[in-house]
Design a protein around this ligand. Structure first.
Ligand code: ATP
Ligand code: FE2
Length: 329
């Protein structure tokens, strides 16, 4: 009998409940996102969204999967990194269900989950991963028992940069998809600060310069086009160097910004040049959702890992490379 895991995700603006089997079949993946009417995400409001809507999202997942609460074998939750109030609300739901059902609880690193759901989908064994989202921008590869960060942003994450720029233009949250659409109509490339420092990158200078172009009356499609080409170009450079250094033969693109088709095109070009296989995580599994937490929960549980309720406090600053990856040893 395959194991069935319920995974709860709630690190930031989205709350998700996913149900996945130990054979890697996604039985349900329900989620909902807080969309602030103005400004960024307030942690208190996002956690309130999770406590208000979490229970109904969880029951919807059971309906979709067409199973009962008693059919699940374990519960996984996103323990970090993320916003404290959101993590605590989600962890409380996971603990309550685990105690009530008398089943094991597994704590999952959100970033590691973004990588492993990509490996499940692609069948990749050992890729260089480009993980791009609202809160993270990292180039990661497995080495010596952990997912090591080979390069990352030194200031803001790429998704955050796109959302902040979009807000400046008056676009609603999340602005990433709207910027992608606008960029397709861009014709003129304006040079913006291109900041690669060794294996790390920086986006804040580019953001400031892009805002300045807007105040000078440059059309939004041209700014979006220039921002995408510049920011994606920086990522491609460090991803390419990671492939060249590690000699890995697979390149995986994951996280919410992986939904971007232009970024996908650029990185698939990088992998072609290095004769590496390329996979972009499909849109429904790219952003924050519970299926990736459930799948990672299964990997961890099968490698003998579960957590006691008494030590399941959340870890808002838990880095990708701070977790021992027991199932790959
Ligand atoms: P994390 O906690 O991993 O940092 P997150 O909370 O940012 O994740 P995700 O759903 O992984 O959540 O990513 C959301 C981000 O993805 C937003 O910044 C959004 O603008 C961006 N995004 C979504 N679609 C696109 C797109 N087509 N092009 C560019 N960016 C996109
Ligand atoms: Fe995420």
């Amino acid at each position: 009998m395959p194991l069935i895991c319920l995974g709860l995700e709630g690190t930031a603006h989205s709350f998700g409940a996913g149900i996945v089997t130990s054979e890697g079949v996604v039985l349900a993946n329900e989620w909902d996102m807080l969309k602030p009417s103005q400004g960024g995400i307030h942690p208190r409001e996002a956690s309130r969204h999770h406590s208000d809507f979490g229970p109904s999202i969880i029951s919807k997942a059971f309906e979709t999967a067409d199973i009962n609460y008693r059919d699940i074998d374990l519960i996984a939750f996103s323990r970090g990194p993320g916003l404290g109030p959101c993590l605590r609300t989600t962890a409380t739901m996971a603990r309550t269900l685990a105690v009530k059902l008398g089943i094991p609880l597994v704590d999952v690193n959100h970033c590691v989950a973004h990588i492993e759901i990509g490996n499940l989908e692609s069948g990749f064994d050992d890729p260089v991963t480009v993980y791009v989202s609202g809160g993270n921008t990292q180039v990661i590869a497995y080495a010596g028992g952990r997912f090591r960060t080979f390069g990352e942003t030194l200031d803001i994450a790429i998704g955050n940069m796109l959302d902040v720029l979009g807000r400046h233009f008056g676009m609603p949250f999340p602005a990433g998809p709207i910027i992608e659409k606008e960029a397709r109509a861009g014709r003129t490339f304006y040079s913006l600060p291109y900041s690669v420092k060794g294996m790390d990158i920086s986006y804040s200078g580019m953001l400031t310069a892009a805002k300045r172009l807007f105040s000078e009356g440059i059309p939004i499609p041209d700014i979006c086009f220039s921002v995408q080409e510049t920011s994606f170009g920086m990522l491609a450079e460090i991803a390419e160097r990671a492939i060249a250094h590690t000699k890995k033969k697979e390149l995986l693109l994951t996280g919410g910004v992986a939904r971007n088709n232009r970024l996908t095109e650029i990185l698939s070009g990088v992998s072609e040049r290095h004769e590496a296989r390329f996979h972009r995580v499909s849109p429904s599994l790219a952003g924050d959702q519970g299926a990736m937490i459930a799948w990672n929960g299964i990997l961890q549980y099968k490698s003998g890992h579960e957590i006691k309720i008494s030590s399941s406090h959340v870890l808002p600053k838990w880095r990708t490379d701070e977790q021992d990856i027991l199932w790959r040893k």
